[in-house]
Write a protein of this length. Structure first.
Length: 377
């Protein structure tokens, strides 16, 4: 499939395509890139292709235009991240950037600016009450919140999710264990400040390197790579179960594994053990197969033996739903929140034979969460 071949070229795992695509082929690849939110990554792949294999000029110019917008958006998002971290630290809180812009720094110089950004996810170990107080201190009168995070509205051009729980599982028993696990490994959440990224941000945003806003204490802080071995896989797994997941998130995990220390002993790794502890080994093995087949990931980067059967199932769902399942017809609904709940439960039926311990808890979680919110009001 040309889409996969071009992804492999972009990631440096292939030199050229298997044949010269037709204009129709190129439009198909472009449409799929939009579905999967990897248009910028594939633009880098095009740049690496031999001249004779590149798309026609009209398609290429369209692609370049989108790529420039992605780069501009990333510039803004990095700027907003620094501003957000500064606001939170000035309020006496300790934040760390999760996922998106944090994982982007693992992509390397050429690809980082071409990763399509979403919103900003920031974790602050402050609890719901302090998070609500901070939101209101920023002039936000109406705040939408749930068990995991609240929607912070500081800028019109950037959405922010302020987490007071890093992630959740709908299985209530597992979720209790998960929150305990995050507390036990909290230091790993705030342990990695990337000096190279800070230097780039200082230059790009015209900030002085020695100011309080960009020094090592107040810099662009993210979880450690080893922490992300578990956390990013958990994030993908959860979206796969309840919303859908696309190749943007799969590529994020590719770069997590690429950036792991070569000397990591999986038998001693707390993150590796957590994948088994929380029942995600089957999913992890399937994802290894997907990343090997679709992205060309090296076998020696894999932490689990690839499972082809599970991998084919996962790949089918990823291709069907696209980025966060936005194109999955099974998740489309009408009728407000009740319709959304019905769509999720219907969607989950095909997953029950693969991941029953998490899927069957979805309706229980919905009821529990409703009661939880009522007690917090």
């Amino acid at each position: 499939m040309l889409f996969f071949e071009l992804l492999q070229v972009a990631l440096g795992n292939r030199e050229r395509l298997s044949h010269v695509p037709t204009p129709e082929d190129w439009m198909g690849v472009y449409d799929e890139s939009e579905w999967q939110a990897v248009t910028g990554i594939l633009l880098h792949g095009i740049d690496r292709l031999p001249v004779e294999q590149r798309p026609p000029q009209d398609i290429l110019l369209q692609w370049i235009g989108v790529g420039q917008m992605i780069e501009q958006r990333n510039h803004l998002m990095d700027k907003r991240c620094i501003e957000l971290l500064t606001k939170l630290k000035d309020a006496g809180l300790t934040p760390t950037i999760l996922k998106g812009q944090g994982i982007a720094q693992l992509y390397g110089k050429e690809l980082r600016a071409l990763r399509q950004s979403g919103d900003i996810d920031v974790y602050v170990d402050c609890g719901l009450k302090k998070a609500l107080a901070f939101a209101k201190s920023q002039g936000q009168e109406k705040v939408e919140w749930d068990y995991k995070h609240l929607h912070l509205k500081i800028w019109d051009d950037t959405e922010v999710e302020m987490h007071y729980h890093v992630e959740v599982l709908l299985n209530l028993w597992k979720n209790r264990k998960l929150q305990k696990w995050f507390r036990e490994h909290e230091n790993e959440l705030f342990a990695h400040a990337n000096d190279n990224l800070n230097a780039n941000l200082n230059a790009n945003l015209n900030l002085k390197a020695n100011t309080d806003r960009t020094n090592d204490a107040n810099g662009f802080v993210t979880p450690t790579v080893e922490f992300n071995v578990f956390y990013i896989l958990l994030h993908i797994y959860r979206h796969f179960l309840y919303e859908g997941v696309g190749f943007r998130q799969v590529i994020d995990y590719y770069f997590v594994l690429k950036n792991l220390n070569d000397n990591l002993n999986v038998n001693e790794s707390y993150a590796y053990k957590a994948v088994r502890e929380f029942g995600m080994t089957r999913f992890a093995k399937g994802l290894m197969w997907v990343m090997h087949e679709a992205l060309g990931m090296q076998r020696d980067w894999m932490l689990w033996e690839p499972d082809e059967k599970e991998g084919r199932y996962i790949l089918k769902q990823v291709m069907r739903g696209g980025n966060f399942g936005h194109h999955d017809e099974r998740l489309k609904h009408s009728g407000g929140k009740l319709g959304a709940v019905k769509a999720i439960l219907t969607h989950n039926m095909h997953l029950i034979t693969h991941y029953p311990s998490d899927v069957i808890w979805a309706p229980v979680w919905i009821v529990w969460h409703k009661l939880w919110k009522l007690t917090r009001r």
